[in-house]
Design a protein around this ligand. Structure first.
Ligand SMILES: [Zn+2]
Ligand SMILES: [Zn+2]
Length: 362
């Protein structure tokens, strides 16, 4: 089968014929219909986070289960699944207390880029190839642990639902789970890429007042279309001045989706006393955040979220239903679709800011 392989950081992905082993014990083989192209892939491909090479990136896959290992109980061949960027063991303290996105198995799998248990099922001749996030979705098929997959209804379009594997559920979850905003409270959303725009949709489901901030008017237009009450172009207006002008004071909540420390510091200045700043963007591993410590005497809180603190098997089917009912139009995030052999074009378009979200269709 074909897969897009990264052999070295800052080099184009190479479309290769690779071998995929059969699923073992708790693993499943999924024929992918589509994979979203996410900024996190780019971070890894640029070396912002170290990872073992060669590797097949891609972590927003959705498809149909083709084969299952002998111990699999949660899905069967023919099921439609979304593959999740975070895995949860279901047994550790975090999983058992309802915080599976910070499961103890998550970070090791991310760092080792293997399946849970340490194995890889991808090979090019004698060479083993790693699975980004235990997935490797820039490939026609994947073998993943069953706990990486969430079964969804069969009438939902997989080429849209794939976005829920990472970016979209991260944004929706960050707004809903990390802020827990009440109707009428204000949320300032920094960064209107696919994730931030998903947060706009999530915040509107809560009935919150949304202020969307970006430096590109095209993205702010999209934020308005998705329900943002106010937009600020940060290349023209300073959100630290503009938000108090709009609201009479700072926002109740701010969520940072860009992963830039100067934007995080700015976002902290944009919340009112007692407000909450949620960091959801992915900074480079060694970036340091410098903030005025006095802000804590204003009872401000800073917290972080990964994958929107969702409980995937519970929340993902709800988001799918909301999409099918027209209440969560995540299809509006997709600006382009590509074939696998055009994948480097997709990343070039992302770097230039030409797309909100693009999807690779197999
Ligand atoms: Zn766990
Ligand atoms: Zn992602």
């Amino acid at each position: 089968m074909k897969a897009a392989v990264l052999y070295d950081i800052n080099t184009p992905l190479k479309i290769e014929d690779v071998t995929l082993d059969d699923p073992q014990e708790n693993e499943i083989l999924v024929k992918l219909e589509a994979t979203g192209v996410c900024h996190s892939d780019l971070h890894f491909m640029q070396g912002d986070m170290p990872m073992p090479l060669p590797i097949v990136p891609g972590h927003e896959g959705a498809g149909v289960v083709e084969k299952v290992g002998p111990c699999v109980t949660t899905v069967q061949p023919g099921d439609h699944v979304i593959l999740m960027v975070t895995i949860s063991c279901g047994k550790c303290g975090y999983c058992l207390s309802g915080r599976p996105t910070i499961c103890v198995e998550n970070l090791p799998i991310q760092m080792m880029a293997t399946l849970p248990g340490g194995g890889v099922r991808l090979h090019k001749g004698e060479q083993a190839i790693n699975h980004l996030f235990g997935l490797a979705c820039f490939a026609e098929k994947v073998v993943v642990h069953e706990r990486s997959a969430v079964k969804i209804r069969k009438d939902a379009p997989l080429d849209v639902m794939c976005l829920l594997g990472c970016g979209t559920s991260t944004g929706i979850g960050a707004a809903i789970n990390a802020t827990k905003a009440r109707p009428g409270e204000s949320i300032a959303i920094f960064g209107c890429g696919g994730v931030g725009l998903s947060a706009v949709m999530g915040a509107k489901l809560l009935g919150a007042k949304v202020i969307a901030i970006d430096t590109l008017d095209s993205k702010l237009e999209k934020a308005k279309e998705l329900g943002a009450d106010y937009v600020i172009n940060a290349s023209k207006d300073d959100p630290q001045l503009k938000i108090p002008e709009i609201l009479g004071q700072g926002a109740n909540y701010a969520i940072e989706f860009i992963g830039k420390v100067d934007v995080m510091a700015q976002a902290l200045n944009c919340i009112r006393s007692g407000g909450l700043l949620v960091i959801a963007g992915m900074p480079a591993l060694l970036d340091m955040l410098t903030i005025p410590a006095f802000q804590f005497l204003m009872c401000k809180t800073i917290t972080g979220t990964v994958q929107g603190d969702i409980v995937a098997p519970v929340d993902i089917p709800i988001y799918v239903d909301l999409f099918m009912e027209g209440k969560l139009p995540i299809d509006k995030l997709i600006t382009r679709t590509y074939k696998l052999d055009q994948i480097n074009e997709a990343f070039e378009a992302m770097k230039k800011g030409e797309v909100i979200r693009s999807v690779i269709k197999f």
